[in-house]
Design a protein around this ligand. Structure first.
Ligand SMILES: [Zn+2]
Length: 136
């Protein structure tokens, strides 16, 4: 099987996408960090900078807990982005780590740090669900 790799122009394109995404995530992390520091002083942090990111959060957690949760999520995302950038420099980027096929362009445009193609990703999720059921 010939080793698949994306065209240099495509790699460059996704590198830019990932760098842009990383800048945004770092900005969010910084603003969560700052508003938490402010929140400790004033009792209420300025959440406007990432208001759109908390839309999916329940209202029963206080803003400090929410901040920690979001911080962890964004840091996790930052790691995924850094790993994806590593794959760009290795030229393994855009190839599914399970089946070795190209990851759909449509998917990469939405999730530029995706490691699996959509088929393998859903198979993995099914496996995880089955494993969870068995444990019960
Ligand atoms: Zn796959």
């Amino acid at each position: 099987m010939a080793t698949k790799e994306l065209k240099p122009s495509a790699l460059k394109e996704y590198e830019n996408l990932l760098l842009e995404e990383r800048k945004q995530v770092q900005e969010i992390i910084r603003s969560i960090d700052e508003s938490q520091k402010r929140g400790i002083r004033t009792g209420s942090g300025d959440l406007s900078a990432y208001a759109m990111h908390q839309a999916d959060m329940g209202s029963d957690t206080n803003s400090a807990e929410r901040g920690v949760f979001m911080l962890e999520r964004e840091i996790g995302k930052l790691k995924l982005i850094n790993a994806a950038l590593g794959r760009i420099y290795d030229k393994t980027y855009g190839i599914c780590e399970i089946c070795g096929e190209y990851i759909q362009k449509k998917r990469l445009n939405i999730v530029p740090y995706a490691r699996y193609c959509i088929e393998c990703k859903s198979k993995e999720e099914q496996k995880l669900r089955r494993r969870r059921r068995r444990r019960r």
